[in-house]
Design a protein around this ligand. Structure first.
Ligand code: ADP
Ligand code: MG
Length: 317
């Protein structure tokens, strides 16, 4: 390496994010020293992105910096937690300063939006891979668990579904749409929505592996079944066009959406909708929890089916 690991950290990483008052000691010692606020519990999550598996090795490093933090913030959002701190474990084949500078620019811009301070990490040489751990705060009783859903609760999803998966399809076909590229490479974690939903949702999850797969996790944890009305799925024009031939794989099984899927008791739906409208969050009612096992899909023509395309599973090649 032309530049040492220590110089790399000093130059590009150590000052990359703004300081927070609850960080007693950040990057530079053996551990960070952090002060969680009294009365709140820590919400902690880690995600790894591996070159060739989760992203194309030649992806724009600034977008990768954004996405590696975004996918983690999405997990905090799904818990209703307020983001605070992050750690970053970077494995790189070479000490490429231009790459690291761009990566950190993407990471830091999103960190600044959410007042996240990077407080530590690790830097090693090897095949390109990025692990980010995030820490957030939430009052114990307000955390949005997967297990709180009840029969009769309405199911909502934020944003639109299937655009990131459409981008991957388009890569194979040669031309990726602007919106789809943005959705794949720069997902927007629904942090503010997650915090708002503390007051309304009975259960929540972020849609990272595909709607049906992640709904399956909610159902399993809550001990309920679900019905999904496909005509109510929020779709961009491009995804709607792709579904027009009856193939619903993109919105049902496409991964990487990073939208929130959540359940709301019937008597809270009106207030939730009003709060979301006021805050500018798009949410769509897509189904309900039912007294059944599994997930029932209701097609626009009224046909019902329990046969659903599965979500993305890393170990199912
Ligand atoms: P140690 O050998 O004690 O683990 P390191 O030399 O790995 O220490 O790291 C020195 C300091 O730099 C530590 O505070 C560590 O948290 C921080 N650090 C190293 N790599 C990164 C990184 N990629 N992102 C953020 N902080 C990092
Ligand atoms: Mg170390």
């Amino acid at each position: 390496m032309s530049i040492s690991e220590f110089d790399l950290i000093d130059r590009y990483v150590a000052g990359a994010t703004a300081g927070r008052d609850d960080v007693a000691l950040g990057i530079g010692d053996d551990c960070a020293l952090l002060r969680p606020p009294p009365g709140q519990i820590l919400a902690v999550s880690v995600d790894t992105l591996v070159a060739g598996r989760h992203f194309f090795p030649n992806v724009d490093p600034e977008s990768l910096g954004h996405k590696s933090l975004a996918v983690n913030l999405s997990d905090l959002a799904a818990m209703g937690a307020t983001p605070a701190w992050a750690t970053l474990a970077l494995t790189m084949p070479t000490a490429d300063e231009h790459w690291l500078e761009a990566f950190m620019a993407g990471f830091s811009a999103l960190a600044a939006e959410h007042r996240v301070q990077l407080v530590g990490g690790d830097t090693t040489r090897g095949p390109l891979s990025v692990s980010v751990q995030v820490h957030g705060f939430v009052a114990a009783e307000a955390a949005l668990r997967r297990s709180g859903g009840q029969i009769g609760d309405w199911l909502f999803v934020s944003g639109t579904l299937g655009d990131a998966a459409l981008a991957l399809r388009q890569v194979h076909d040669g031309e990726v749409g602007r919106v789809q590229k943005q959705r794949l490479e720069r997902p927007i974690p629904r942090v503010a929505l997650g915090i708002l939903l503390r007051r309304f949702a009975s259960a929540a999850i972020d849609v990272s592996d595909g709607l049906v797969s992640d709904l399956g996790h909610l159902c399993h944890a809550s001990g309920v079944g679900a019905c999904l009305a496909l005509s109510n799925l929020p779709l961009s024009n491009a995804v709607a066009t792709a579904c027009a031939n009856g193939d619903w794989e993109l919105p049902l099984a496409g991964g990487d959406d990073y939208e929130l899927l959540f359940s709301v008791p019937p008597d809270r739906v009106g207030a939730m909708r009003a709060a979301c409208a006021e805050a500018g969050h798009r949410v769509s009612a897509v189904g309900r929890f039912i007294d059944d096992s599994g997930i029932r899909l209701i097609y626009p023509d009224g046909n019902e089916s329990k046969e659903v395309p599965g979500g993305f599973d890393h170990f199912r090649d």
